[in-house]
Design a protein around this ligand. Structure first.
Ligand code: URA
Ligand code: SF4
Length: 215
């Protein structure tokens, strides 16, 4: 199945609410490839987090718009439900996205690490290394125009550098053919509400980068 111009407009409308024409995508293939990968990852035992998780949190959302958001790792609620950003940080993210004119239904969201670290501790180097091939593959399938990296772990795996998010937020990096916008994690905004405008501004920037790629 190839998408008609009508479908394409629809997907962009899903993301931003605006009507602009772009992309040629084969929707069915993307969905199928993603489902196949998800079935595989849901049984993964490559790192010790497989022993403590309830569910693998593979990712969810719209795989066709080319707008990907990458968080850190599932928290308690995400682990319980098998879905990304459905807890407090997720609500905050939804709220800021809405304000930036980006619809949750229009983006695909996943994490750097697919299983919850016990007590939400920071991911360890071996876990980041074991799990990265899955994100890599997701990116290969989704071919995102823009990737928003939330926080230091997503920024680390996507840029290959241990960067200071505080210093480098808002900088646009490249990962393959995708632009990567580095920004702070919504959990940080929950602890430091004065940081909310930074996350908001970076999401506005990501949307601008996304739209500027269109003819
Ligand atoms: N924080 C994350 O980084 N990811 C989630 O899915 C939830 C909270
Ligand atoms: Fe596998 Fe990643 Fe889960 Fe580790 S965190 S068990 S590598 S899916």
């Amino acid at each position: 199945m190839s998408l008609s111009a009508y479908d394409v407009i629809f997907y962009l409308k899903e993301l931003t609410g605006e009507k602009i024409l772009i992309l040629e995508r084969t929707g069915l293939k993307v969905t199928e490839a993603l489902e196949r990968l998800e079935r595989f990852v849901s049984k993964c035992k490559k790192c010790p987090l497989s022993k403590t998780r309830t569910n693998v949190v593979f990712g969810s959302g719209n795989p066709l718009t080319g707008f990907l958001i990458v968080g850190e790792a599932p928290g308690q609620e995400e682990d319980k439900r098998g879905l990304p950003f459905v807890g407090r940080a997720g609500k905050k993210l939804d709220e800021i996205m809405r304000r930036a004119g980006i619809r949750r239904e229009g983006v695909y969201i996943t994490n750097t690490i697919k299983c919850r670290p016990p007590m939400n501790r920071d991911p360890e180097e071996n876990e980041l290394k074991s799990c990265f091939p899955y994100l890599e593959k997701q990116i290969e399938i989704l071919k995102p125009r823009v990737i928003v990296a939330l926080g230091r772990y997503a920024s680390y795996v996507l840029t290959g550098k241990k960067i200071s998010v505080k210093r480098e937020r808002g900088i646009v990096y490249e990962y393959g053919n995708s632009k990567v916008v580095i920004t702070i994690h919504p959990s940080r905004v929950l602890k430091n509400p004065e940081e909310e405008e930074n996350l908001y501004n970076d999401l506005v920037l990501a949307k601008k980068v996304y739209l500027s790629g269109h003819p």
